[in-house]
Design a protein around this ligand. Structure first.
Ligand code: SER
Length: 314
């Protein structure tokens, strides 16, 4: 039987592409997109759309009942840079939206949840290269603390109440169709726009800041793949490490120069440098590859080619 899907936060960077992909797979009528405002005409007009506040349990419960929802993808969150500017609201939104959805599953009103975690769950005391699935986790950002706590609650609701919640620790996500929403890895999207518009970019991180990254196509595939996997294949009920590539601002600039020879990058690190420095440089995602068959497709070269192609068309 086809799932009946509710996406909360459907107008954001991931939500937009997820909505289109899930509609293509399961049928437009079976995928209800929702967000706090009608922010993305593409999403709003391409199928069923509801305005919903992720902090309002009654609104979400009502939607779930009216549309007979089976699966919820909870994509609403404040990202790392924005969360540092508004810690209390970030904590409220990131935690309580998750509780609402977990509690709906506990009450058997929905069957399955996707909730994204992040490389931000790691901190300055975590091994930086090839960060293992299980390791020291002392996140030092508001966003990271909320994701780490969220992971603990997901595992708890699975063990104690049998809730089927699946999660991935996304690296920085790079996409051309919708702008990112206030993260530390956003430079790796902005750089392509500025390269095409002005042939130059001032980076808010230093030249050698290496971070784990992924092209949106891969991230969407991973998300749908973990949700489609047989329940017994999901062995980790906190969140899976997930990786594709790692690069520095220097390396992405070098790649862009292959297509735009006069492109130039300069560096002016701001408060986001400290956040980046606290995160891993590369991730060991063996568990995702072994348990449910994760395999990335895009590397820095193929991503750069695809990004520039789509942005030029746009
Ligand atoms: N890309 C996110 C951020 O920078 C990490 O999950 O906040």
């Amino acid at each position: 039987m086809n799932p009946k899907i509710l996406i909360i936060g459907a107008c954001g960077q991931i939500g937009t592409e997820l909505t289109h992909k899930l509609r293509a797979i399961y049928g437009t009528e079976n995928v209800i997109a929702s967000d706090i405002r009608k922010m993305n005409t593409d999403v709003v007009h391409s199928g069923p759309f509801e305005v919903v506040n992720a902090l309002d349990f009654n609104q979400i419960e009502h939607l779930v009942e009216v549309h007979q929802i089976t699966d919820v993808y909870l994509m609403a969150a404040l990202l790392s840079a924005t969360a540092e500017k508004n810690p209390a609201f970030a904590w409220d939104l990131n935690m309580n939206s998750l509780f609402h959805v977990l509690n709906l599953a506990k009450a058997k009103k929905i069957k399955k949840i996707f909730w994204p975690s992040s490389i931000a769950v790691f901190g300055p005391t975590t091994p930086k290269e090839n960060t293992p699935q299980y390791t020291i986790m002392e996140p030092s950002t508001v966003y990271g603390i909320s994701k780490q706590a969220g992971e603990r609650w997901c595992e708890y609701y699975h063990h104690i109440f049998g809730v089927d919640v699946r999660s991935i620790r996304y690296p920085g996500l790079i996409s051309w169709s919708t702008p990112p929403g206030g993260g530390t890895t956003d430079y790796a999207v902005d750089i392509y726009h500025k390269a095409l518009e002005q042939s130059k970019y001032e980076c808010f991180l230093s030249a050698e800041t290496k971070m784990p990254m992924m092209y949106m196509d891969d991230a969407i595939r991973a998300t749908i793949q973990i949700m489609q996997a047989d329940a017994e294949k999901i062995k980790i009920h906190s969140s899976y490490n997930l990786a594709a590539m790692s690069f520095t601002p220097t390396q992405i600039a070098t790649e862009i120069k292959k297509h735009i020879p006069d492109f130039e990058i300069t560096y002016q690190p701001d408060f986001r440098q400290q956040i980046a420095d606290s995160w891993p440089a590369s991730i060991d995602d063996t568990s995702a590859r072994e348990d449910w068959g994760w395999k990335h497709e895009f590397d820095l070269g193929s991503m750069t080619q695809d990004m520039l192609l789509h942005l030029r068309e746009q």
